[in-house]
Write a protein that binds this ligand. Structure first.
Ligand SMILES: Cc1cc2nc3c(=O)[nH]c(=O)nc-3n(C[C@H](O)[C@H](O)[C@H](O)COP(=O)(O)O)c2cc1C
Length: 321
C-alpha cells in the first residue's frame, strides 16, 4: 500500500492516543510489529505559539513509519503548524485530526467538529497539502451524531482536496467510545475512494482483525485501546491475517522486561518524575489479567522513582505468573 509516495510494507497502524502513545510506547509497538505509528494530537495554535510541551509530543520513533498529528480549524495556522511539526519531528507524513469528540475540542470546531463544516475541512487539507512536501492524511469518524452521518461525502471531499489516505473510526462523535464500531460503513468509504482507507474501531484481537479486514476491505487496520498493556497484539494480528498460528504473548517475566524497557525510554524522554506518572497507568495495564496482581497494582498507583518501578517489577516476577 502507498500513502502518497510513501511505501507501506506493513499496514498495521497504532492509533494516535493522547496520554498513551508517547515516544516510548510508540517505540515499543514499532519493535513488536506496528508498521505505522502516529503521534499524540498536538494543537496547531500551541505549536505556532512555540509551546515547548506540545513540540515535545512530536518526537518521531524509530522502527516504523511515523505520522505527526495536529488539530485546529484555521487553514493558515494549520498550514504553518504542519510545517513546524514536520521540521521539529522529521515525521514521514502529516495527519489531521478530524475525529476527536472531546467537548473542549469538538465544540470549538476542531477535531470531529470539522465534520460539521466540510468546506472548512477541505480548505484546511488544501492549505496543509500546499504547505508541506510529505503526504497529508485525515483521521475522522462517521459523523457528528446518528442523524448526521456524512463520512461518505466527507471523505470524498478530503480525497478531492488532496488527502493521501483516510483513517475512519466507525463511530459518531456522540458515541464517544461506546457502542459498536460500524465496519459496514467503512466498507462503503473504501468502495468509493481511490486513496487508501484505514479501518479503525473495535479491533480487539487477531480474530476481530480478520473479521474487520473482510468486512471493510480496508487497505490497513488501526488498533487503539486494545494495545493498552498488550503491544504484542500487532504480532497476533499479523499472524491471524496471514493465517498463521499465534504462539501467544510471552511469559510474564518477558512481558515485564518489555514494560521496563518502555519505562526506561520514558525516563530518557520525560525525566524520572513524568516517567513514573506514566508508568502508573501503563504498568497496571501490563498486569491486566494476571492472577493475584491487585496487591502490586495498588503499589503501582504510588510509583515515584525508577527504583520503585524496579522493585515492584522484581517482586511481580518473583511472586506472580
Ligand atoms: C485515551 C485515548 C486518547 C485518544 N487520543 C486520540 C488522539 O490524540 N488523536 C486521534 O486521532 N484519536 C485519538 N483517540 C482515538 C483513537 O485513535 C481511536 O480512534 C479509538 O480509540 C478507536 O479505536 P479502538 O476501538 O481500537 O480503541 C484516542 C482514544 C483514546 C482511548
Amino acid at each position: 500500500m502507498q500513502i502518497g509516495n510513501l511505501n507501506v510494507t506493513n499496514p498495521l497502524f497504532l492509533a494516535p492516543m493522547a496520554g498513551v502513545t508517547d515516544w516510548a510506547f510508540r517505540t515499543i509497538c514499532a519493535q513488536l510489529g506496528a508498521g505505522v505509528t502516529v503521534t499524540e494530537m498536538v494543537s496547531s495554535r500551541a505549536l505556532v505559539y512555540k509551546d515547548q510541551k506540545s513540540a515535545k509530543l512530536l518526537r518521531k520513533n524509530e522502527g516504523s513509519l511515523c505520522g505527526a498529528q495536529i488539530f485546529g480549524n484555521d487553514p493558515q495556522i494549520m498550514a504553518q503548524a504542519a510545517q513546524m511539526a514536520l521540521e521539529i519531528s522529521g515525521c514521514d507524513f502529516l495527519d489531521i485530526n478530524m475525529g476527536c469528540p472531546m467537548p473542549k475540542i469538538a465544540n470549538s470546531g476542531d477535531g470531529c467538529g470539522l465534520m460539521r463544516t466540510p468546506e472548512l475541512a477541505s480548505k484546511i487539507v488544501e492549505a496543509v497539502v500546499q504547505a508541506v512536501s510529505v503526504p497529508v492524511t485525515v483521521k475522522c469518524r462517521l459523523g457528528w451524531d446518528k442523524g448526521s452521518i456524512n463520512v461518505l461525502d466527507f471523505t470524498k471531499r478530503m480525497e478531492d482536496s488532496g488527502a493521501a489516505m483516510v483513517a475512519v473510526h466507525g463511530r459518531t462523535r456522540s458515541m464517544l467510545y461506546t457502542g459498536v464500531a460500524d465496519w459496514d460503513t467503512i466498507r462503503k468509504v473504501k468502495d468509493q475512494l481511490s486513496i487508501p482507507v484505514i479501518a479503525n474501531g473495535d479491533i480487539t484481537d487477531g480474530a476481530a482483525a480478520v473479521r474487520c479486514q473482510k468486512r471493510t476491505g480496508a487497505d490497513g487496520l488501526m488498533i487503539g485501546r486494545s494495545v493498552f498493556g498488550d503491544p504484542w497484539i500487532f504480532l497476533e494480528v499479523q499472524a491471524a491475517l496471514s493465517g498463521k498460528e499465534y504462539a501467544g504473548r510471552p511469559c510474564l517475566k518477558d512481558r515485564i522486561d518489555v514494560a521496563l524497557q518502555q519505562f526506561r525510554l520514558s525516563e530518557q524522554d520525560h525525566g524520572e518524575h513524568i516517567a513514573c506518572l506514566e508508568a502508573r497507568k501503563h504498568f497496571a495495564w501490563y498486569l491486566r489479567g494476571v492472577a493475584h496482581s491487585s496487591y502490586y497494582k495498588n503499589q503501582i498507583t504510588s510509583l515515584n522513582t525508577m527504583e520503585d518501578i524496579y522493585r515492584v517489577a522484581k517482586n511481580v516476577v518473583r511472586d506472580l505468573r
